[in-house]
Design a protein around this ligand. Structure first.
Ligand code: NAP
Ligand code: MN
Length: 273
């Protein structure tokens, strides 16, 4: 079994990375940056997202594990004081058990001769216009659904539903549900312009397309990657064929994770007591 460790740049995370490397060697396990079977991220969700994008072409053969060194750490199952326990569980891990979650497949097509771009997102992809109203037609499964005017649109995965999507009023979706969520960012709704006005969730055999009428000054985000884009013609979103796998010898129940992350943070509890 080859293990790769990705940490953020804080002193604390880097120290934990060195400690973990020592423990892994002592147990007789192998470190492998190029072709790992296990990728361990040390930090928060941003670090796990970075680890995902670094190994995005090897998702089929990798299981991810998140170690949390502070902040929210929604995707992380282990705390930084549990390194020995984690390495013991890796050494004892004979059945390669894992859980997997859906990913978002994004294709961006341009009005000029440029080749289309292709991305996978773990959380979401947003398209926004920064210098004026974003105008575009939204299609579901190839059929015109609505004409959108507003700041932008977000399409998120179930595990991404608790991230940006939640901040713009989207629903939290259990990641066993193979679906995508489209949520509006400040849509214009009045007598003249009308959109659905609420988030919507499409089924696994459906896809969403956004055909832009405004062609300049767009900002496209794919998880933490932000791109300034000109001449986007259309963006197509579907559930990816690929999935992300997490090692599951410890994998927190989704609703407990939501409760811990958003309702009763242990930090707040300690402070009150
Ligand atoms: P960040 O600014 O640190 O992320 C914002 C917050 O979102 C952090 O508390 C982060 O946790 C948390 N987060 C990330 N993924 C999550 C998930 N799936 N469920 C629940 N919370 C999650 O930036 P980042 O760490 O590079 O992460 C990028 C993501 O941040 C984007 O994909 C987007 O979803 C989210 N974001 C949200 C807003 C917003 O809500 N207005 C604005 C910008 C970005 P950690 O502290 O553990 O990193
Ligand atoms: Mn972060």
């Amino acid at each position: 079994m080859g293990i790769s460790i990705i940490s953020n740049a804080t002193k604390h995370s880097l120290k934990k990375k060195r400690e973990l490397e020592d423990l892994i060697r002592k147990k007789g396990l192998t470190l492998s940056e190029k072709n790992p079977d296990i990728v361990i991220s040390i930090g928060g969700d941003g670090t796990l997202l970075a680890a995902f994008h670094r190994y995005v072409h090897q998702l089929n053969t990798i299981r991810f594990i998140g170690i949390h060194t502070g902040h929210l750490g929604f995707y992380t199952d282990w705390r930084d004081y549990e390194l020995e326990e984690l390495v013991d569980s890796l050494a004892a891990d004979v059945d390669n058990s894992s859980v997997s979650y859906p990913l978002l497949d994004v294709q961006v097509n341009y009005t000029d001769q440029r080749e289309s771009k292709h991305f996978l997102a773990l959380n979401e992809c947003t398209i926004r216009r920064v210098t004026g109203t974003m105008v575009g037609n939204v299609f579901i499964k190839g059929e015109l659904f609505e004409n959108f005017r507003g700041d932008g649109l977000s399409v998120s995965t179930p595990t991404g539903s608790t991230a940006y999507n939640k901040s713009i009023g989207g629903a939290v979706i259990h990641p066993q549900i193979n679906a995508l969520q489209l949520a509006e960012i400040a849509s214009i709704n009045n007598r003249v312009y009308r959109t659905l006005g609420s988030p919507l969730i499409i089924a696994s055999n459906e896809w969403i397309s956004i055909q832009l009428e405004s062609h300049n000054d767009h900002v496209l985000s794919v998880d933490q990657l932000i791109l300034s884009e000109e001449n986007i013609k259309q963006i197509d979103y579907k559930i990816a064929d690929e999935r992300i796998h997490f090692a599951s010898h410890r994998h927190t129940n989704f609703w407990s994770r939501v409760k811990d992350g958003f309702i009763e943070g242990t930090e707040l509890k300690d402070e009150l007591m």
